[in-house]
Design a protein around this ligand. Structure first.
Ligand SMILES: NC(=O)c1ccc[n+]([C@@H]2O[C@H](COP(=O)([O-])OP(=O)(O)OC[C@H]3O[C@@H](n4cnc5c(N)ncnc54)[C@H](OP(=O)(O)O)[C@@H]3O)[C@@H](O)[C@H]2O)c1
Length: 282
C-alpha cells in the first residue's frame, strides 16, 4: 500500500484547531466512485476531507477512510448540517445520521451548511455548541455566512467558531468576509477554489503558471494558501488530485499575488441560492 506521509502539509491554527492547509472536497461524487477518489486522495497525502449530509458522500468518505489504511486520528474530517435541519432537535438528529453514515464517533469540524432565514440562529447556535460540548465535534463553524450573520452567530454561540467556509477563488472578491473571519481568529476555508473549472482559460493565470512551470490549478491554490486560506479542491483524476496538493514548495511574488487578486469580477460568484441569503452577500 502506498501512503504518502503528509509531513509537508502545514496546518492553519484557529481556536485550538490545527486544520491541514489544503483539503479534499467530495461533492458532487457519491458511491463507489467517490470512495475510490477519496482513497486516492488519502493515499496521496490529503489529511483534510470535506463532506456534508447534503452531498450524499458521507458513506463513501467513511468507506474510504477504512479502506485507505490511514488512521482516523490522522484525518481532519469535516461535515455539515443542511439548512432545513437547523432547529435544535433536527440538528442533533442530522449529526447522529452523519456519525452513523460515516461510522465514526466524532468530527474534527462540524458546520452549519447554509443559513436559513426561516430558522432563527438562536435555535441553531446552541445546538451547534452542544455538539462540541458533548464531544461529537472537536471544533465548530459555519458555511456561507455573511459578515452580518457571522456577527449574529458568534454572539449567540457559547463555544468559539473555528472556521468559516465560503466560495473563494480569483474571480470572487472576499476581502470583507476574509477580514471579518481573521479578526475573529477563525480559519477561512475556500470552496470552489478552482472556480469549478472556470479559471482554466484565464490568460493571466496561464501566464503566471507558464513562468513558474506550474499548472493553473496550482497557481490558483497557491494564491489562496498564501493568504492563509484553506482550499478544498476536488478532482476525479489521480494525477490532478496529487498535483493539487503540491503547492507548498513554491511562493508567488507580491506582484503575482496582486495580478491574481485583480481578476475579481462582479459576476464571479458560482453558488448563489439567493433565497438563503437574506439581505444579500457582502
Ligand atoms: N459549503 C458549500 O456550500 C460548498 C459549495 C460547493 C462546494 N463545496 C465543497 O468544495 C469542494 C470543491 O468545490 P468544487 O468541487 O465545486 O469546485 P473546484 O474544486 O473549484 O473545481 C472542481 C473542478 O475542477 C476540475 N479540476 C480539479 N483539479 C484540476 C486540475 N488540476 N486541472 C484541471 N481541472 C481540475 C475538476 O475536474 P476533474 O474531476 O475532471 O479533475 C472539477 O470539474 C466540493 O467538492 C465541496 O466539498 C462546498
Amino acid at each position: 500500500m502506498n501512503i504518502t506521509t503528509p509531513a509537508a502539509i502545514p496546518t492553519v491554527a484557529a481556536h485550538g484547531a490545527a486544520i491541514p492547509a489544503l483539503g479534499y472536497g467530495t461533492s458532487p461524487q457519491t458511491g463507489s466512485v467517490a470512495t475510490e477518489e477519496i482513497v486516492t486522495a488519502l493515499r496521496a497525502g490529503y489529511r483534510h476531507i470535506d463532506t456534508a449530509r447534503k452531498y450524499g458522500s458521507e458513506g463513501a468518505v467513511g468507506e474510504a477512510i477504512r479502506a485507505s489504511g490511514v488512521p482516523r486520528s490522522e484525518i481532519f474530517l469535516v461535515t455539515k448540517v443542511s439548512h432545513e435541519n437547523l432547529r435544535a432537535a433536527d440538528f442533533a438528529r442530522s449529526v447522529d445520521q452523519s456519525l452513523k453514515a460515516l461510522r465514526v464517533d466524532y468530527f474534527d469540524l462540524l458546520m452549519v451548511h447554509w443559513p436559513n432565514p426561516a430558522i432563527p440562529l438562536s435555535d441553531t447556535m446552541p445546538a451547534l455548541a452542544k455538539a462540541r460540548r458533548n464531544g461529537v465535534a472537536r471544533h465548530i463553524g459555519v458555511a456561507n455566512f455573511t459578515t452580518r450573520l457571522l456577527d449574529e452567530a458568534a454572539a449567540l454561540c457559547p463555544e468559539p467558531l473555528a472556521a468559516l467556509q465560503a466560495e473563494y477563488h480569483p474571480y470572487l472578491d472576499q476581502t470583507k468576509l476574509l477580514g471579518a473571519v481573521r479578526r475573529r481568529g477563525m480559519a477561512f476555508v475556500a470552496y470552489c477554489p478552482l472556480g469549478r473549472g472556470r479559471l482554466f482559460s484565464d490568460p493571466v493565470l496561464a501566464d503566471i503558471a507558464k513562468a513558474r512551470g506550474r499548472s493553473v490549478a496550482q497557481v490558483a491554490l497557491r494564491w489562496l494558501v498564501q493568504q492563509n486560506v484553506v482550499p478544498i479542491p476536488r478532482s476525479s483524476r489521480p494525477e490532478r488530485i496529487a498535483a493539487n496538493l503540491n503547492v507548498f514548495d513554491f511562493a508567488l511574488t507580491g506582484d503575482e499575488m496582486q495580478r491574481i487578486s485583480a481578476l475579481r469580477r462582479p459576476d464571479g460568484r458560482i453558488a448563489n441560492p439567493v433565497e438563503r441569503i437574506a439581505g444579500g452577500w457582502d
